[in-house]
Design a protein around this ligand. Structure first.
Ligand SMILES: Cc1ncc(COP(=O)(O)O)c(C=O)c1O
Length: 358
């Protein structure tokens, strides 16, 4: 069974013999409001476009991104989800030594290993709520790395690095000639936290974005990079043509203009994150970590006779799927992650957790 990702609802229902339709998926951190309204109609209207090859430059989609981020088209490159770039960038850069701030998304390491890079880890610590210490990272960078991966806010911890500290980290990387890749897959929930504007200052800074989480479209596959023009031109030269299909391009351009949905999502997730955190904190055997994403990292008390994988198994019987985090480098089998979902679903999770852990 694939253990590296959440959201494997079909697989879980097959293995555990539970009804897929009844399973409430807290394991994948996707917008609880679902995809923006009008998407299906847009898809149907654009259906005839599949008779032609997609626009190889995704011009309309890139232009919509450029408007959304107030950035030039030349600084944006789109792809088939941001995961495409976790493989493509190492193939081009061929890094020998890479540093990943952990715990982290597994695809960074997989992409790096596919080109034989030696991967080291910079561990953020539970005692600091997994906040990144820029000076400790600075010391580590002195060992010399070709590339550094940082996720902001981090998945699965939810820890956010403020712009001031992030600028410092970028500066340190620049000093040591280390390319820095900042994965902002969850930053749309707090757009002001994005470091995108710094790409004009640092040619070695690559910002990765995903439309999967915030816009609720994991199956459509849309992601992009923001970086210096020369760097992007090089990446594009090696990119497989037409990785973003016509319908995805059309939808991508459309949803960025839906200000109402964007605002509603930010407000809803922030309010529900607060409410769910408060409720979970009433369960004594749980420690809930502060999060800036649409998910929460939670730790089971050591004295409890139940670990994360066991809790996952027992919750599946209640039609609840959580993300057991024991497969993340740097986390023990005591950790699990839950997505922020609709209010009723969040409260149901709390009720079932209270019953299971009492
Ligand atoms: C931190 C992080 N970055 C990137 C991705 C990949 O997103 P995409 O769907 O755009 O490939 C994920 C998916 O789970 C993720 O958790």
């Amino acid at each position: 069974m694939t253990r590296d990702h959440g959201g494997n609802v079909s697989e879980v229902s097959r293995i555990y013999g539970v009804n897929k339709e009844k399973l409430i998926d807290f394991s994948a951190s996707i917008n609880p409001l679902g995809y923006p309204p009008g998407l299906k109609e847009e898809m149907i209207q654009g259906f005839e476009s599949i008779l032609h090859y997609p626009d190889i430059d995704s011009f309309d989609f890139v232009s919509a991104l450029s408007e959304y981020h107030a950035m030039r088209n030349e600084n944006i490159l789109v792809g088939n989800g941001s995961t495409e770039f976790f493989y493509l960038i190492p193939q081009i850069m061929k890094p020998k030594k890479a540093l990943i701030v952990t715990p982290a998304f597994s695809e960074y390491e997989k992409g790096l290993s596919s080109v034989g890079a030696k991967v080291s880890y910079f561990q953020t610590l539970e005692k600091n709520d997994f906040a990144l210490d820029p000076y400790a990272l600075y010391n580590k960078l002195q060992e010399g790395f070709d590339v550094l991966y940082v996720c902001n806010p981090a998945n699965p911890t939810g820890a956010l690095i403020n712009n001031y500290d992030l600028e410092k980290i970028i500066n340190f990387s620049h000093l040591y000639d280390t390319t820095i890749i900042i994965d902002e897959a969850f930053i749309d929930f707090i757009e002001a936290g994005s470091i995108k504007k710094s790409i004009s200052l640092y040619p070695g800074l690559i910002v990765l974005r995903s439309m999967t989480k915030f816009f609720g479209i994991p199956g459509l596959r849309l992601g992009y990079i923001m970086a210096d023009q020369t760097c992007l031109r090089e990446i594009k030269k090696h990119q497989i043509p037409w990785t973003v299909n016509s319908l995805a391009q059309r939808i991508g351009a459309k949803i960025l203009k839906n200000d109402e949905y964007i605002l509603k999502t930010r407000q809803y997730v922030a309010a529900e994150r607060k409410a769910l955190t408060a409720e979970l904190k009433t369960i004594e055997v749980l420690k809930v970590f502060p999060s800036s994403g649409n998910f929460l990292l939670i730790r089971l008390e050591d004295s409890l006779g139940l670990n994360g994988p066991q809790l996952k198994d027992s919750l599946i019987k209640e039609n609840i799927l959580i993300r057991d985090c024991s497969t993340f480098y740097g986390l023990s089998d005591r950790f699990f992650r839950v997505a922020i979902k609709k209010h009723e679903e969040n409260m149901l999770l709390v009720e079932i957790l209270k019953r299971t852990l009492s």
